[in-house]
Design a protein around this ligand. Structure first.
Ligand code: MN
Length: 724
């Protein structure tokens, strides 16, 4: 183990002379202690893994904190050495890095295709610090190197995840070296036969390739030496996955693929790049259309180089890449190379580095990446947020979404049982705004308690809102019916439609039909949960009742001898003992109105005549059989707005000019309908005004009387009794 540490330290010293070796050693000690006794799947001590990850991180050229985080990266998850301990010993920065890597580690491969896109996006969106992504890539790279020790199924899952998420991210970040290795290692698991076919094929041709590349290298370097251009040439066979893709795309076997070899020339200056290109084209015949100038037009991920494909001896084509040393570093390490040039970045520096990545991602405009980039942009800048379930599933929510939205996004049953939530392990308010990378656990109860009505206002997504409404519609049926019924009845009474609705079968049926309800309970329930507004229902009932009333009145007028003016509506206003729906009229002598105590007198031929109990014409003892008890119909709403009962008023006044007009103005102001009004002078400085007015009942009449009494010149106001 000591060897491995020493080797790491050597690499660090070489790569980064300013690195804090003491801190790195301390991190190693902690990790070794924390993982003591743990073994990897291949039987090695666990500590080998973090040290190997740290080595990759050193290769990338990252700073001391990243190296320490690499060594400690599996501590939070797997050991008792947690965030607090790391923070105390190595500072917040290292603890944050390790925490970030742990969270990214929760990304889980899922079989649903769309999930990949979300995962890639999330990966970038949730890492506040680019180093977290780089450390995670290093972690995955080392794991990929040891895929073979995993059970077969897990191998394939991990390999697919690596191919679909980690390699594309490495590509976007311009880290081609890591990308290639990830791709080849994954391919080996995903298609071992195809992979081996290529490996074997390459092996069979390796002498040929070697010789071929050697010839080319010598020829080019000779030419460049003549021209005094400092250079470094590397010749290689392309990586396996790129050959594999070519074979599939072109339906060819390995023996039919020719441009398997590639040569790279690295020089000092951009001018030399173009010079070398000239010499190469001198030596070999270029294939038309295959020259690409990525120096003047860099690839979206920042890659710069000249590419050309030429025909070698024996007519075999090969590709030559020409670039400067700096471009080469960028090509191999991408974002990490950028990091490397800005050693020891403070927080602000990190933000700048991240801003740079954003720019780079924004600049990526090739069609392949277009969607990806469009989406990333959205993420990095605003309206989406990615959170984890405790199982590690990623859920993509709109920004501003709450745990309630998440619960309903998972399943409506989860939402309906939700009692609370934990965010990152702590109990949190259910209306908290979710942030990228939050691990959100929805707490539920066994029985569906159901959502709270306020939730409709809290949630951000229409999906959640609809599901909550749906619940109230379904689950609270009884309550909705009760509430709906109360609301409807109150409103019907207020509009004097109660009887009209409940007693007239036609109105009732029309109303239900109009809104497609089968039963009145359905109507109540809909009102209860807000599926239909009361106004709509009332308007419908009002229309129907009025229409039917008009029709009935017409029929009545035709069939009956013309009744007294004020009796037309009496059938719905008064209940008479022992007689259902009898024809009722109001006695003119005392003009009873709702609220008065009343009795009925059976007339000959005109139904029952209703008198006030205290009318001077009431003589029950004289003819007890014809006097009947009578009551105002309780269900008849006595509403101030709708006057329906005529009654007489007598107003005593001083003779004063304008008193009559004051009285009529007051009546109008009280919205009282006046049938008759007459004024008489009594010749002794006094006068009297008689009026027949329509009121709903005694309450309204009392109000009216007290208003009239306030008029200057009015002495008294009384109800008319026995004018005849
Ligand atoms: Mn690990």
């Amino acid at each position: 183990m000591q060897d491995k540490l020493d080797f790491l330290i050597e690499r660090v010293k070489k790569q980064n002379p300013q690195a804090n070796i003491k801190k790195i050693r301390a991190a190693y000690e902690c990790a070794a202690h924390a993982h003591e006794g743990q073994k990897r799947k291949n039987g090695e001590p666990y500590i080998i893994h973090p040290v190997s990850v740290a080595e990759i991180i050193v290769e990338m050229g990252l700073d001391t904190d990243s190296i320490c985080a690499g060594l400690l990266h599996d501590c939070i998850e797997d050991t008792a050495f947690g965030y607090k301990e790391i923070e105390n010993k190595f500072g917040t920065a290292v603890a944050e890095l390790v925490d970030g890597v742990t969270r990214l580690g929760m990304l889980r491969y899922s079989k649903e295709q769309e999930q990949f896109e979300d995962l890639r996006k999330m990966f970038l969106a949730m890492a506040k610090d680019i180093r977290v992504i780089l450390i995670k890539l290093a972690d995955r790279l080392h794991n990929a190197r040891t895929f073979q020790y995993l059970p077969e199924r897990k191998q394939r899952d991990k390999a697919l995840e690596t191919m679909e998420i980690y390699a594309p991210i490495a590509h976007r970040l311009g880290m081609s070296r890591i990308k290639w290795e990830l791709e080849d290692l994954s391919l080996k698991c995903l298609d071992p036969i195809g992979y081996n076919e290529i490996v074997e094929g390459l092996k069979a041709q390796s002498e040929q390739h070697e010789e071929f590349l050697k010839g080319i290298t010598e020829r080019i370097s000779g030419k460049l030496a003549e021209a005094h251009i400092e250079n470094h040439i590397s010749a290689r066979v392309k990586h396996i996955y790129s050959i594999y893709r070519k074979m599939y795309a072109q339906h060819k076997t390995i023996n039919e693929i020719y441009d398997i070899c590639a040569v790279r020339v690295i020089v000092d200056t951009v001018a030399d790049c173009y010079n070398v290109l000239g010499y190469v084209h001198d030596l070999y015949k270029p294939i038309p259309g295959r020259f690409k100038d990525y120096i003047s037009t860099p690839k979206p991920n920042g890659y710069q180089s000249l590419h050309t494909t030429v025909i070698g001896r024996a007519g075999i084509p090969f590709e030559i890449q020409i670039r400067t040393a700096e471009m080469h570093k960028m090509a191999e390490y991408g974002v990490a190379a950028h990091w490397k040039y800005k050693q020891g970045l403070d927080r602000k520096g990190n933000e700048q580095a991240f801003a740079w990545i954003r720019q780079m991602l924004e600049a990526q405009q090739d069609t392949e990446a277009e969607d990806f980039i469009k989406n990333i942009k959205v993420d990095l800048f605003a309206d989406e947020v990615f959170v984890f379930t405790p199982k590690g599933d990623v859920v993509n929510m709109p920004a501003g979404a709450t745990p309630i939205d998440l619960a309903y996004a998972i399943h409506s049953a989860v939402g309906n049982r939700m009692t609370g939530c934990k965010i990152n392990g702590r109990i949190a308010p259910i209306d908290s705004q979710l942030k990228n990378g939050d691990i959100v656990e929805i707490l539920t109860s066994k029985e569906a308690r159901g959502p709270s009505r306020d939730w409709v206002k809290i949630v951000k997504t229409t999906e959640a809102r609809n599901k909550i409404k749906q619940w109230f519609k379904k689950e609270c049926r009884e309550e909705n019916i009760t509430n709906g019924r109360e609301d409807l009845d109150r409103e019907l009474r207020a509009n004097l439609l109660y009887n009209g609705f409940y007693e007239n079968g036609e109105v009732f049926k029309n109303t239900l039909d109009k809104f497609s309800f089968n039963t009145v309970d359905e109507l109540y329930a809909a009102i209860g949960y807000g599926g239909i507004t009361l106004t709509k229902v009332i308007n419908k009932v009002k229309d129907d009742v009025n229409r039917i009333r008009r029709a009935n009145e017409q029929v009545e007028r035709q069939n009956q001898p013309q009744p007294e003016r004020r009796t037309s509506k009496s059938t719905t206003g008064v209940v008479v003992e022992g007689i259902d729906n009898c024809l009722v009229k109001f006695a003119r002598c005392c003009t009873p109105i709702p609220g008065d105590e009343i009795v009925g007198f059976v007339t000959r031929g005109y139904g029952v005549s209703i008198h006030r109990r205290d009318c001077s014409n009431v003589h029950i003892d004289e003819d007890p059989d014809r006097w009947l008890s009578a009551w105002w119909d309780e269900d008849m709403a006595m509403d101030d707005r709708t006057a329906r009962f005529s009654t007489g008023l007598q107003i005593s006044t001083r003779s004063r000019i304008g008193v009559l007009s004051d009285v009529t103005v007051t009546l109008a102001a009280c919205k009282i309908n006046v049938h008759e009004i007459s004024a008489r002078d009594l010749n002794d400085g006094f006068g009297v005004i008689n009026a027949m007015v329509d009121v709903a009942g005694v309450h309204q009449l009392d109000n009216l009387i007290s208003r009239l009494r306030q008029i200057k010149g009015v002495l008294d106001v009384t109800r008319t009794v026995d004018t005849n």
